[in-house]
Design a protein around this ligand. Structure first.
Ligand code: SAH
Ligand code: SF4
Length: 366
């Protein structure tokens, strides 16, 4: 039997193309898109304004198949972590962070991550594969249902692609999911309420600007190449000068926008006053905000979180120079849902194992 087509894999254009192949008009595709994403419907028979003959065709050829939730845990501080089974013994994680009546959803894009940043739990798990577009958007689809947000509820009003994986290393599927997030017939979020976080894949930052310019966050973590090479190994391929130039190009056509620089605060590694001053120098031409992330430990990690007074001092230096700087509240730590703690279950196919202890030592003694 032919494998059913998963309609969650299509954005509006893709779905219209698929419907054309079935001999159906584009407006039919729009109707089905709304049923799927706005009403959270996965049963063709419940799509009451769709002709019976089309429903039958869809039943025979297609399905609406998000990944299954295998665990749903609530943190003492309100963050809620969902674990999704994505087959082959792999699982990915999604975190909902409520704020008032609404909230932010932190979505995964890969099973593991190949980029191996020294302080990241996901990176230490190795890499298995890219998530499909259906698996990326399916996280939001399922969470909406779990939160009782269907039909047409807008509980998730902010989506950050900051879960497991490097979003720009899974570009095609990422862009399909982004288009659905922005589409009024699907989730209808504004570009500023969708953020892609990258460790700095320079050519892909340019492609994102050309194909789907949403808000950009760049994981900086160091003011110079020597330190960043060690913390974020992709820096050896795309060093800071190229990364800053890419950030400027990204903002070229949106002069009122800014890049958010994320900066994980690692005790005695990258958190001195001197580091803060050099950051000001590095980023002086880029309209930006800073988001300081106190390091979140995970089993086997050998970094320590910077003490709060040092984080405050660091923030002060950036703010005194006129840069809006926030310090991320630690949320969901008790359930392993804080930044960088997401580990899911990854069958590593890269066999590179963990970051060698000697290298971590080298970084800490910088
Ligand atoms: N791969 C992308 C997005 C996922 S990581 C990226 O690197 O930007 C999301 C954010 O969490 C990044 O800024 C990352 O550097 C940060 N992070 C990773 N491990 C962390 C940890 N243990 N503690 C705090 N932040 C961490
Ligand atoms: Fe990958 Fe981001 Fe973790 Fe680096 S910080 S290993 S890019 S998920």
């Amino acid at each position: 039997m032919a494998v059913a087509v998963n309609l969650l894999d299509f954005d509006a254009t893709g779905l219209a193309g698929y419907f054309a192949g079935l001999g159906e008009k584009p407006f039919r595709a729009r109707q089905v898109l709304r049923w799927m994403h706005r009403s959270g419907q996965d049963d063709f028979d419940a799509m009451t304004d769709i002709a019976g003959s089309l429903r039958e065709k869809l039943r025979a050829n297609a399905g609406i198949m998000p990944p299954a939730i295998v665990s749903d845990r609530l943190s003492g501080d309100g963050a809620r972590k969902f674990v999704f089974d994505v087959g082959g013994g792999n699982a990915v994680e999604t975190v909902f962070i409520p704020e008032g009546g609404r909230g932010t959803l932190c979505v995964s894009t890969q099973v593991g991550c190949a980029l191996d940043c020294a302080f990241c739990s996901t990176g230490s798990q190795g890499f298995n594969r890219n998530l499909t577009a259906a698996e990326i958007i399916g996280q939001l689809w399922q969470v909406n249902r779990a939160l009782g947000a269907c039909p047409d509820g807008r509980v998730v009003d902010n989506v950050v692609l900051m879960g497991m994986g490097e979003p720009l290393a899974n570009f095609g599927n990422l862009v399909t999911a982004l288009r659905l997030l922005l589409d009024d017939n699907a989730y209808g979020l504004s570009r500023r309420r969708v953020t892609v976080s990258t460790s700095g894949l320079v050519p892909m930052i340019d492609r994102l600007r050309d194909e789907c310019p949403v808000a950009l966050a760049v994981s900086l973590h160091a003011p110079d190449d020597a330190l960043r090479d060690r913390l974020v190994p992709i820096n050896r391929r795309y060093p800071l000068r190229e990364l800053m130039a890419a950030c400027l190009r990204y903002l070229d056509e949106a002069p009122r926008d800014f890049v958010t620089f994320e900066y994980v605060m690692l005790d005695e590694v990258n958190d001195s006053e001197e580091h803060a001053r050099r950051l000001l120098c590095l980023t002086r031409e880029v309209p930006c905000k800073f988001n300081l992330i106190p390091f979140n430990p995970f089993p086997g990690s050998s970094f320590r979180r910077s003490p709060s007074p040092r984080v405050r001092r660091f923030a002060e230096i950036l703010m005194n120079a006129g840069i809006v700087t926030t310090t991320r509240k630690v949320r969901g730590e008790d359930i392993g849902a804080a930044c960088g703690q997401l580990a899911g279950q990854v069958r590593d196919r890269t066999r590179r194992g963990r970051w060698p202890a000697a290298a971590v030592h080298e970084v800490r003694s910088q």
